[in-house]
Design a protein around this ligand. Structure first.
Ligand SMILES: [Fe+2]
Length: 344
């Protein structure tokens, strides 16, 4: 969990930037203030379509996840923010634990979003999977079919992976604890660390490149990074993707770990009705397409089908059915387990 310090000037900066955006709003003008840690090109259409259909003007502050959470905390009851949009169950859980959200009940959201992908205080709007990527020369597919396999001593010196403190790995840790228990997950993390080809550095894409180059044999990556590289027209990316194989992990056990992008209405939201309306809009067919496809993810609404050839080329898979809220609750423990195992 990031250490959050109190920095009063952040609140001043927030007030200033919102006033530059046109706040305080005219009394009769409906507005919605969104703090977003998601910023993709297609999200622009997402926001402008909402304004077009509802007349509600959106003021948006883009920022890094941890900074936005810190800002909302510092602004306290005076926060102009109505909604927080962010990625990863771990981050949503951190925000929720800090008491930043308020419960939302909506029959639209309940009928559109599967129960396993919502909690009382926040909702998921797209999903991504954590997959195994291996070097086809260095390893056989059969050696890396499960997350648990990456701790096998036979893979000594073969594992590259980003920091264990990163939310993507903490969320996976939350799933492992739920399915395998804490003791087994700690033994797994120790085995993983013992197999490292190098100390954790860089993001998921850096690990894929290292696997392709033969610096290591196997890594973990979010599915959208794989899709992004498959869609890339850069010769280096295409060459890298020819060198690697992609595995949907744990198909013969509990399924591939799935994480989410999500959003929640903030506790001190001044425009609550508009905020709920926006969440319901995010669950609409058109918005689901934009939201998921903008980052090569999958919609949460089952009836909405994307046309993403890169993702489709990877085939279908069995996803972990663990409710996202249960997984999120385990992430604090996952951090402790990974710390003890020395996965920094
Ligand atoms: Fe990412």
């Amino acid at each position: 969990m990031p250490h959050l310090t109190r920095r009063p000037f952040v609140a001043t900066a927030a007030a200033l930037s919102l006033s530059l955006l046109g706040l305080p709003a005219l009394a009769q003008e409906q507005v919605l203030n969104i703090y977003s840690a998601r910023h993709y090109q297609t999200d622009e259409a997402l926001y402008s379509n909402f304004t077009k259909t509802t007349g509600i003007k959106i003021n948006r502050i883009d920022g890094k996840e941890d900074e936005l959470v810190e800002r909302i905390r510092n602004e306290g009851t005076a926060s102009p923010a109505d909604l927080l949009i962010t990625v990863d169950a771990t981050r949503l859980e951190i925000a929720d634990k800090l008491g930043l959200f308020q419960p939302v009940k909506s029959s639209v959201l309940e009928s559109r979003i599967p129960a396993a992908l919502r909690t009382p205080n926040w909702y998921s709007f797209s999903t991504r999977a954590r997959v195994i990527v291996y070097n086809k020369v260095a390893l056989k597919r059969e050696q890396v079919l499960n997350y648990e396999d990456l701790a096998n001593p036979a893979l000594k010196g073969q594992v590259c992976v980003r920091s264990g403190a990163h939310p993507y790995n903490l969320s996976l840790g939350g799933a492992l604890i739920a399915h395998d228990g804490e003791a087994k997950t700690e033994a797994w993390a120790r085995g993983l660390v013992a197999n490292f080809a190098r100390a954790p550095k860089g993001g998921d894409t850096d690990q894929i490149m290292a696997v392709a180059a033969g610096e290591c044999g196997v890594t973990l990556s979010n599915s959208y990074y794989v899709a992004r590289m498959l869609r890339s027209t850069k010769p280096a990316d295409q060459e890298a993707m020819r060198a690697v194989g992609v595995v949907w992990p744990n198909q013969s056990s509990w399924g591939t770990h799935v994480n989410v992008s999500g959003a929640g209405v903030l506790k001190h939201s001044p425009n609550r009705a508009a905020a709920v309306k926006f969440l319901e809009y995010l669950a609409s067919d058109a918005a689901q397409l934009y939201f998921a496809d903008g980052n090569n993810e999958w919609p949460v609404v089952a009836s909405v089908k994307t046309n993403n050839r890169a993702l489709e080329s990877l085939g279908t898979f069995k996803a972990d059915a663990l409710p996202i809220g249960d997984l999120a609750k385990n992430t604090v423990n996952a951090q402790k387990v990974f710390d003890r195992a020395g996965w920094r």
